[in-house]
Design a binder for this molecule. Structure first.
Ligand code: NAD
Ligand code: TYD
Length: 333
């Protein structure tokens, strides 16, 4: 299978590239990535010499490079996106550009080149917040942030291309991922690396917001399965079944690192902060998928990875990251 992965230098994309090269002998992968602040070729250092892998630097909004890169592909998996909710609140424009227009640029190329499979990587955040129970794939979209609204816009375009042009699309909507190589702006790597350095952990609001945590390797297995066996035009939820409050995660991270809870700081809440996310994954279970990594084991492994790889995150936590952190967290930084 000749696969084009976009956004493969980011967190989930790089884990997916590594997962696919390790799991399938007959796969070749071209990784099209713009290398924004979140893209990092260090994430794929260990596979860059694999003859089945090639990197192309480029923007998914650039129709020429997209068409050149996609020509001859058997499948496209689109991870490329602006992904951080807080950044979408302070500056939504890049989100609309990459997440909506970029997706449209890819869809157009897929249509023109007759590519047999297009998988859009989406998020459970498109459904919005749910007090009790879980969203199914048929639930209405009700996004709260400019990030989730952009992702919802992309999902609607993807499904419209299927209905209108018969484009063979698939969508996965996963819950919050955690694991190695996640940019330290998201809660898990931010809190682990701050705690290592005895820096405060900024908990938004009352810390009782709930996310469903999914280890990135389990997400990669789900994406691989949907790519091979999903039905065109269909959406598949991918969740870990781990509904956990932010404060609980924060305490577990501190516990695993042997740090004091005095590092916890309650700070102003995120505007439009969704209270709880939860997805029903019966449809993907029907294809034979189930998460294999318990949250306890996965979080412990993840903490160990960041502790063992300061050479990965210390350089990140200097330049652009530092400026962002000061803007976002003010006095705390
Ligand atoms: P990330 O921010 O770590 O990486 C995004 C990657 O996309 C980077 O390598 C970046 O350089 C690249 N990129 C950004 N704009 C681009 C453009 N215009 N052209 C080409 N490349 C571009 O993101 P992630 O956490 O790995 O998320 C990957 C995908 O999964 C996203 O679509 C996101 O919406 C979705 N998702 C993420 C999570 C999560 O918990 N991280 C959960 C559900 C869904
Ligand atoms: P985040 O990792 O940004 O993912 P998302 O917003 O896509 O779910 O945030 C996860 C949860 O952690 C969310 O409820 C917001 C909260 N959070 C904090 O309390 N403090 C922080 O510094 C960050 C980044 C997130």
């Amino acid at each position: 299978m000749r696969l084009v992965v976009t956004g493969g230098a980011g967190f989930i994309g790089s884990n997916f590239v590594r997962y696919m090269l390790a799991t399938h002998d007959d796969v070749s992968i071209v990784n099209l990535d713009k290398l924004t602040y979140a893209g990092n070729l260090e994430n794929l250092r260990d596979v860059e010499d694999d003859p089945r892998y090639r990197f192309v630097q480029g923007d998914i909004c650039d129709a020429i490079i997209v068409e050149e890169t996609l020509r001859g592909a058997d499948a496209v998996v689109n991870f490329a996106a602006e992904t951080h909710v807080d950044r979408s609140i302070s500056g939504p424009q890049d989100f609309i550009r990459t997440d909506v227009l970029g997706t449209h640029t890819l869809l157009e190329a897929v249509r023109r080149l007759d590519i047999p499979r297009y998988l859009q990587i989406s998020t459970d955040e498109v459904y919005g917040s749910i007090e009790h129970g879980a969203f199914t794939e048929d639930s209405d979209l009700d996004p709260s942030s400019p990030y989730s609204a952009s992702k919802a816009g992309a999902d609607l375009l993807v499904l419209a291309y299927h209905r209108t042009f018969g484009t063979p699309v698939l969508i996965t909507r996963s819950s919050n991922n955690y694991g190695p190589y996640q940019y330290p702006e998201k809660i898990v790597p931010l809190f682990i690396t701050n705690a290592v350095d005895d820096q405060p952990l900024p908990v938004y609001g009352d810390g009782r917001n709930v996310r469903d945590w999914l280890h990135v390797d389990d997400n990669c297995a789900g994406i691989d399965l949907v790519l091979r066996e999903g039905a065109p035009g269909h959406v598949y939820n991918v969740g870990g079944g781990n509904d956990i409050q932010n404060l609980d995660i924060t305490r577990r991270i501190l516990g695993l690192l042997g740090k004091d809870e005095g590092l916890i700081r309650f700070v102003a809440d995120r505007p439009g902060h969704d209270r709880r996310y939860a997805v029903d994954c019966a449809k993907l279970h029907g294809l034979g998928w189930a998460p294999r990594i318990s949250f306890e084991a996965g979080l412990e492994r993840t903490v160990e990875w960041y502790v063992a790889h300061p050479e990965w995150w210390r350089p990140i936590k200097s330049g652009e990251w530092r400026a962002y952190y000061e803007r976002q967290y003010g006095d705390l930084a």
